[in-house]
Design a protein around this ligand. Structure first.
Ligand SMILES: Cc1cc2nc3c(=O)[nH]c(=O)nc-3n(C[C@H](O)[C@H](O)[C@H](O)COP(=O)(O)OP(=O)(O)OC[C@H]3O[C@@H](n4cnc5c(N)ncnc54)[C@H](O)[C@@H]3O)c2cc1C
Length: 268
């Protein structure tokens, strides 16, 4: 008989409401979420994660909170047994304690991108978190932060944390964007070099990022943080570890989404 292994239960969902929507760029939207249940939610280390519950169309526009899904030992389910759309995002600290910002890429179809593109102001939602983030090594000689548009919020938090904690350490930021209009402002950093690379129409997601990383001259001990499409970052992982021989602890490479597959599969 097959054994069903119970997964570790994620933190419960906390209800929240979208109280502000800011267009950060043509393809990136910032949502401010608010609610008393968010007051003690710790955004965690830089580039941590939260799960966001995308409201059902029937729940949008009303004043009632969303129906919170419950954990069945393996996944979150609605009371009728269906799987709600839950997506992973990067928490961004907000100046007000019961608020949290998240930024969403308008990449096209998908429950999350579709909801955010369709004016989510005032809608109820819920957040579960926080998942693991990145520990900055203050002795590292240099950092590389690389990612596609889905990693821009995480790269922003990492860049701000590096400016705060190790401002004299060089940082190279590389971002692969599906189109030039995707470019957005990033936090100031005294020594960072920021390069936006456009993705050629026929190219696979991550190929441009891979090429840009391969062109870099990495000083011994450089720490690399990279995130983006799963297959693309897998090729980057192989390049760093197998071709360049980077020590495993010196690079964190995470799949943030997968071509052709919707889902809430946060690895964090
Ligand atoms: C730890 C972590 C942190 C993340 N942080 C952020 C964040 O801060 N902001 C953010 O926008 N995303 C972030 N992501 C990625 C986000 O969870 C996925 O992009 C998610 O799949 C989007 O959900 P959706 O409902 O819009 O599309 P889905 O229903 O999941 O997917 C529908 C289709 O769209 C494609 N697709 C999904 N995402 C993208 C994309 N970014 N670009 C192009 N095509 C895509 C899929 O391959 C699929 O074919 C993060 C992921 C992880 C694991």
């Amino acid at each position: 008989m097959a054994t069903i292994r119970a997964r570790r239960e994620p933190p419960p969902f906390r209800p929240a409401t979208v109280v502000d929507v800011i267009r950060r760029g043509d393809r990136l939207v910032r949502l401010t979420l608010a609610g008393p249940a968010l007051a003690d939610l710790d955004p965690g280390l830089p580039a941590a994660s939260v799960r966001l519950l995308v409201p059902d169309p029937s729940e949008r526009g009303g004043t009632d909170p969303v129906a919170l899904p419950t954990w069945n030992g393996n996944e979150f389910l609605r009371s009728d047994g269906s799987r709600p759309p839950i997506r992973t995002l990067t928490p961004l600290r907000h100046a007000v304690s019961d608020r949290l910002d998240v930024e969403v890429v308008l990449h096209g179809d998908g429950p999350l991108a579709g909801w955010v593109a369709g004016d989510p102001l005032g809608d109820p939602t819920a957040i579960s978190g926080t998942g693991r983030g990145y520990t900055i090594d203050p002795d590292a000689p240099a950092f590389v932060l690389a990612g596609d548009e889905s990693a821009v919020p995480a790269i922003s938090v990492l860049l701000a944390a590096l400016a705060d904690e190790v401002p004299a350490t060089p940082v190279h930021v590389i971002i692969e964007a599906a189109e030039p209009a995707a470019e957005v402002d990033l936090p100031a950093h005294p020594t960072a070099t920021v390069t936006w690379r456009g993705r050629a129409e026929a190219a696979r997601p991550g190929d441009e990022l891979h090429r840009a990383i391969a062109e870099l001259d990495l000083a011994t001990g450089t720490r690399v943080w990279a995130a983006g499409e799963a297959a693309g970052v897998h090729r980057i992982r192989q390049h760093l570890f197998d071709e360049r021989g980077l020590p495993r602890p010196h690079a964190v490479v995470r799949g943030y989404w997968k071509v052709g597959r919707g889902g809430d599969d946060d690895e964090g």
